[in-house]
Design a protein around this ligand. Sequence first.
Ligand code: GDP
Ligand code: MG
Length: 166
Amino acid sequence: KSGFVSIIGRPNVGKSTLMNKLIGEKIAIMSDKPQTTRNRIQSIYTSEDCQIIFIDTPGMHKPKHKLGEYMINTAKETLREVDVVLFVVDESKDIGPGDQFIMEQLREIKTPIILVMNKIDLMNPEQFKNLYEQFKDQNIFADIIGISALENANLNALVEKIKDFL
Ligand code: GDP
Ligand code: MG
């Protein structure tokens, strides 16, 4: 199996950490520098039976940029062209305005979106369940998974979920 995946989410939710854990720091070719080229390959995950090509999505990270609207539209085009979108969020009591903004954009996209609830190591089960239900009620996610990128928790399960859509 092989396919294209984009990881999006607010700053500091753990996108880079997740990518590095999945790819292994050695062969990661990603960078956090601003990019203007569309559909730039960020890094490639390979295992015996699967290859996942991560595509950078500049623009979704900085919705308040001066070129905001143009960037967001470009980002949306990228999200339409990949096979799976990973929308990464982190711990909080309720869904915040940053995540609300991104979800508004995601509603217009038919690509399957996996909600990745990162930093479960910082959440108690009740907090996780409460946040999980709030995101589930949005009705935009093909799947939802809790992980800890930092502690390597549930990352294999995430890869399996990605494969389901390739
Ligand atoms: P990005 O801006 O989305 O790329 O976020 P980073 O990957 O740079 O992570 C931002 C911060 O969150 C860093 O200090 C990470 O160490 C931390 N972080 C990432 N994943 C986890 C996690 O699963 N648990 C905890 N506790 N911290 C995390
Ligand atoms: Mg980053």
